[in-house]
Design a protein around this ligand. Sequence first.
Ligand code: NAP
Length: 298
Amino acid sequence: MKVVVGGGSGFVGRTLTQLLSSRGHEVTVISRQPGPGRITWDELSSKGLPPCDGAVNLAGENVLNPLRWWNEEYKKDLFSSRIDTTRTLVEAIAAAEKPPQSWVLVTGVGYYKPSQTAEYTEMSEGGDFDMLSRLVTEWETAGRLPGDKATDTRQVVVRAGAVLGKDGGAIQQMIWPFWLGLGGTLGSGCQPFPWIHVADVAGIITHALESGTGVVSGVLNGVAPADDTNATFTRALGSALRRPTLFPVPAFVVNTLLGRERAVILLQGQRVIPKRTLESGYVFKYPDLQSALKNIVS
Ligand SMILES: NC(=O)c1ccc[n+]([C@@H]2O[C@H](COP(=O)([O-])OP(=O)(O)OC[C@H]3O[C@@H](n4cnc5c(N)ncnc54)[C@H](OP(=O)(O)O)[C@@H]3O)[C@@H](O)[C@H]2O)c1
C-alpha cells in the first residue's frame, strides 16, 4: 500500500513510518521542508495528491511546546498548523482522479469536557466548551470530505490522549525533573490522565488503513483501555525510573508556566474509553501503564 502522511516527520509519524515500512507499505511524508521521501505542502497544493491508497494527517504545532509562551500568536499557530494542513489534504483527496481508500486524521481527547466522574466513548458529546475543544471541532470539520467524495474514501478520526514514548511527547518533557527526583503530582493529582503508547497510536492508524471497506470508519478513541489519574501516572513513572515523587506541583505554578487555557491539559482530564477502537478488533500492545512505562524507560 502507498501511504501519504502529513506531519510524518514528527514524534508519532516516525513510529508510524517504521511500522508501515515494516509491513511492506511505502510512505511519502508531507512536510514544510523538502527532502528525500517527502513532498512539501506547497507541492501538494500545486501538483495534487501523489498516487496513494491511504492518507494520514499528523501535522500540528506542539501544544505543550515549552519554548513558546501562551499568547495569541501561538494560539493562531496551533489552529492554522492543524486546520490549514488538514484542509489542504482534504482538498487534494477530493480532487484526486483516483482517491485513496482511506483517510485518517489524528486529533485529541480535548474534544471531551474534563471531568473526574464522566466517562466518554466515541459517541459522547463535546467539542464546544473551551478553546482546545473548539480547536478539535474545527479541525475535525476541516477533515470531513465533501458529501459526494465521502463514499469513495473511508474516513477515520483518531482522538488521541497524551502520547507516551521514548523520544518525544509528554515523557520527554517530564523525564529530567523525574530523574532529578523532582517529579510530583500536578495540582490535586486526582484528574484523569488518558494516555496511549506511541506504538499503539501508530498501530491504530495502521489498523484503520489496512482494514477493508466499511470495517473501520468514524471516530476511534486513541487511548489505552486503562483508568489512570495524574497521581497513578506520577507514581508509576517514578517507580519505573526508581525515583521518588515527593514534590507535588501546585496548580498555580502550572497555570503560570503554561497559561490557564492549556494548563487544562495537565490539571484537568477526561476518562476516555476506547469503545469503538476495541470493538473494531484493535488489540493494544501496551494496555496498562506498567507495561508501557517499562518499555519506554528500558
Ligand atoms: N503527542 C501527543 O501527546 C498528542 C496527543 C494528542 C494528539 N496529538 C496530535 O497528534 C498529531 C501528531 O502528534 P506528534 O506528537 O507526532 O506531533 P509533533 O511531532 O509535535 O509534530 C508533527 C509534525 O507537525 C509538523 N508541524 C509542526 N509545527 C507545524 C506548523 N506550525 N505548521 C505546519 N506543520 C507543523 C512538523 O512537520 P514538518 O516540520 O516536517 O513540517 C512535525 O514533525 C498532532 O496533530 C497532535 O496534535 C498528539
